[in-house]
Design a protein around this ligand. Structure first.
Ligand SMILES: [Zn+2]
Ligand SMILES: [Zn+2]
Length: 351
């Protein structure tokens, strides 16, 4: 039986922390469960999951769906599409069987790329490498989560660029059902369809095809849709992320219509040690805390405030005690509360 290799290439940069990554985790498990009920899929579909942030990593090597056990998804810093695609191409080189004179190889692999935000690196070299080596030898479906900004770059990789509006739990259910149906149809009809890819019809606003001729490639060194801060718990010394989502409001100020930008609190999320393994360490952008609305509690201990800054520049949690010890530099000092409306600059991650 010829295999149909399916690769998921998933952005696990900081902006994915919280609901998006847990929805993806659950979504991929439901895809596999559904495929297991389809006899053709059981025989042909093989699956692999690669994640990328500043660096890339295979969290599920190519395997049949019967032996699938859901992997854990890490979070890292940065969105290096270059490292993600390069890692993907290495995996394709190493695992996809080519057709030879004596034997039929695998079917054309299908790659689903999920990315949330804009690459934080320059992608020209890796894109031309992809075009030369894999654009015709694989089917790539690129899905932008929550922002249309990077459609231009994705459009250089493939004609299949989709925008997924992750509005609520139902939108995720719809999205993963659509992926499942596309995989099933492609595997059932693979003998007959020329390209090896048959995407299901889209019949909901949550998902739409992006007209790539209308968008230009954008490169930003930091993902502007979110502000994500790296912090450490004073009590447990564990790392965690504090996440804010951009919100544009209009403000009628003195008769002028101004668009005001602020960032609303999403939450604070504990990290595992593999955060540093997937991070590229680049970037030193700042944000003023006056732009950040809402202050979450520490997700690792009972401290009331996740966001306090030591004179060393690092962020950590803080309670009601006057004296605090910075878990980054070890210095004990007296902390002051910044008045509402006032702010201070903190380091933000690349998102
Ligand atoms: Zn804490
Ligand atoms: Zn410190």
């Amino acid at each position: 039986m010829r295999r149909l290799p399916i690769y998921f290439l998933i952005d696990v940069s900081e902006s994915m922390v919280g609901e998006p990554i847990s929805q993806v985790e659950e979504g991929i498990s439901t895809i596999i469960q559904a495929l297991k009920t389809d006899p053709t899929a059981i025989e042909t579909v093989w699956i692999s999951i690669i994640v990328f942030a500043g660096k890339a990593k295979t969290i599920l090597p190519l395997q049949d769906i019967i032996s699938f056990y859901p992997p854990k998804y890490p979070i890292g810093s940065g969105t290096s599409l270059t490292n993600g695609l390069r890692h993907l191409m290495n995996e394709l080189d190493g695992n996809v069987k080519k057709t030879t004179a004596t034997s039929k190889g695998d079917w054309k692999p299908i790659v689903f790329l999920f990315t949330d935000g804009v690459p934080t690196d320059h992608t020209d070299t890796v894109i031309s490498e992809w075009k030369q080596r894999w654009q015709r030898a694989a089917n790539l479906v690129a899905v932008s989560f929550g922002s249309e900004a990077n459609a231009g770059i994705l459009g250089q990789l493939t004609e299949h660029v989709l925008f997924f509006r992750n509005a609520n739990i139902d939108s995720y259910k719809y999205f993963f059902k659509w992926i499942t149906a596309s995989i099933t149809t492609s595997s059932v009809n693979i003998e007959n369809n020329g390209t090896g890819l048959e995407l299901e019809k889209i019949d909901n606003d949550w998902l739409s095809k992006i007209d790539i001729s209308k968008s230009d490639p954008v490169v930003q060194l930091v993902d502007d849709n979110f502000v994500v801060l790296l912090a450490k718990c004073q009590t447990s010394h564990r790392h965690f992320l504090i996440k804010y989502r951009k919100s544009i409001g209009s403000n009628n100020w003195g008769g002028l219509n101004l668009d005001t930008r602020s960032y609303l609190q999403v939450g604070a999320f504990p990290l595992k040690d593999d955060y540093f393994e997937l991070s590229d360490g680049a970037g030193n952008q700042k944000i003023n805390t006056a732009e950040l609305v809402g202050a979450p509690a520490c997700p690792c201990c009972s401290n009331q405030f996740a966001l306090a800054q030591c004179s060393c520049g690092q962020i950590h949690c803080i309670g009601y005690e006057e004296m605090n010890t910075c878990p980054w530099c070890g210095k004990t000092s007296r902390y002051i509360v910044v008045e509402e409306g006032g702010g201070f600059d903190v380091n933000r991650t690349q998102g």
